[in-house]
Design a protein around this ligand. Structure first.
Ligand SMILES: Nc1ncnc2c1ncn2[C@@H]1O[C@H](COP(=O)(O)OP(=O)(O)OP(=O)(O)O)[C@@H](O)[C@H]1O
Ligand code: SF4
Ligand SMILES: [Mg+2]
Length: 364
């Protein structure tokens, strides 16, 4: 938020009497809230080298191919796209579990690409992850107390004699009981295990959490409880999320901004209302069309996705969506489109922008 100070000096003359009065005015600019950028990703690329079985030929899986975005303090960016489009790889790159082929990642303005191991350990405190599978994410031989105190000890969050108190505080924050501290993971349901995973993630008081499909392994009835918990924690802790999911309803529920990925690239990005109420990129429209509609009498026109996802080893030339796109033109197989603003809250990467295409047609 921004506060401006104005100093106004009044001078007037009245029958030879001269006076000055100074007034200090504080202007609270409520409309221009400027939030900190927590994460900045610039032109991020990850090409995995693969060798043929005989070891003769090298090729590359273009898992992430030039991705850029910002995530502000307390904000959630939802990342959505078909299986294999590079969502988890993007998350693993930010976590620095793998090194990028090129591109840059900034945490609160600090470039975290080429930092020392010591600095990396320190940064791991600020960036945490909640994984998809709550069954494999927790060590079955550790008690919940040990699982949650491990990051407290690694990152020296509290004194050792306070571990007990802190574990209980964290368990209560995620809706579990103090008594659960002495139990083992197998004594809990999937939803409860995911709560333990979340307690462990927030133990280091991170600025940023990557949630990689955190509810897809859970029953539908439990999913909304976990989503509401993540939402409550965000409000309380001012943490930012990168939220990866297949389910469009989940993405819509949790995100402020949405990035739609296709074959390693973001093809459409915008605030959540823009993406869901006003999708423009032909891939986004098809993706939204393929989502189930709760209303059985809805007459929404379907733009179904046709054909298979091409291999990320040799993606199609030009716009990699062109073999599946019903709007494809000559230029689409020749030239790569790039992300361009269609308004201040919405970008797409599509040649339709430059073709003079009537977007109302696409939006119908
Ligand atoms: N270590 C690796 N070596 C080679 N290829 C990899 C490696 N990790 C991921 N890939 C490939 O990179 C591409 C992107 O994978 P990624 O896991 O990021 O996709 P995703 O969008 O998370 O998919 P899903 O929705 O199924 O989880 C896939 O083609 C995948 O097979
Ligand atoms: S660039 Fe061409 S092929 Fe790609 S989405 Fe736009 S219209 Fe379709
Ligand atoms: Mg994944």
């Amino acid at each position: 938020m921004k506060v401006q100070y104005f100093l106004i000096i009044y001078t007037y003359c009245d029958m030879g009497y001269f006076a000055c009065s100074y007034t200090l005015i504080f202007v609270w600019e409520a409309g221009s809230v400027s939030m900190n950028k927590i994460i900045e990703v610039r032109d991020l690329v990850k090409h995995f080298e693969i060798t043929s079985t005989k070891g003769l030929n090298k090729s590359y899986v273009k898992a992430v191919d030039g991705v850029s975005f910002d995530i502000l303090e307390g904000e959630t960016l939802g990342l959505v796209g078909e299986s294999g489009c590079g969502k988890s790889t993007t998350g693993r790159l930010i976590l620095r579990l793998i090194k990028p082929t090129s591109g840059e990642i900034f945490l609160e303005g600090k470039n975290i690409n080429d930092i020392s191991e010591k600095e990396l350990r320190r940064i791991r405190k600020d960036i945490q992850v909640v994984f998809q599978n709550p069954y494999s994410a927790l060590d079955p031989n550790m008690t919940i107390e040990d699982i949650i105190s491990e990051p407290l000890s690694i990152h020296k969050i509290v004194f050792k004699y306070d571990y007990d108190k802190e574990v209980k505080r964290l368990l209560s924050l995620v809706g579990l009981s103090e008594k659960d501290a002495k139990k083992f993971p197998h004594e809990f349901s999937g939803g409860q295990r995911q709560r333990i995973g979340i307690a462990r993630a927030i133990a280091t008081r991170p600025k940023f959490i990557i949630c990689d499909e955190p509810v897809s392994a859970l029953d539908v009835s439990v999913q909304s409880q976990i989503l509401n918990l993540l939402d409550d924690l965000q409000k309380e802790l001012k943490v930012s999320y990168l939220f990866i999911a297949h389910g469009l309803n989940v993405i819509r529920h949790v995100s402020n901004k949405v990035g739609v990925m296709y074959l390693g690239k973001i093809v459409e990005m915008g605030n959540v209302e823009e993406i869901f109420n006003n999708p423009v990129h032909p891939y986004t429209k098809a993706l939204l069309s393929s989502a189930p509609i709760p209303d059985p009498f809805s007459h929404r026109e379907k733009e179904l996705l046709e054909g298979e996802i091409p291999s990320p080893v040799s993606p199609p030339s030009g716009c990699s969506f062109h073999p599946r796109c019903r709007y494809a033109m000559g230029i689409c197989s020749e030239k790569k489109p790039f992300l361009q603003n269609i308004n201040e809250n919405h970008k797409i990467s599509c040649h339709l922008i430059d073709s003079g295409f009537d977007f109302k047609g696409v939006l119908a």
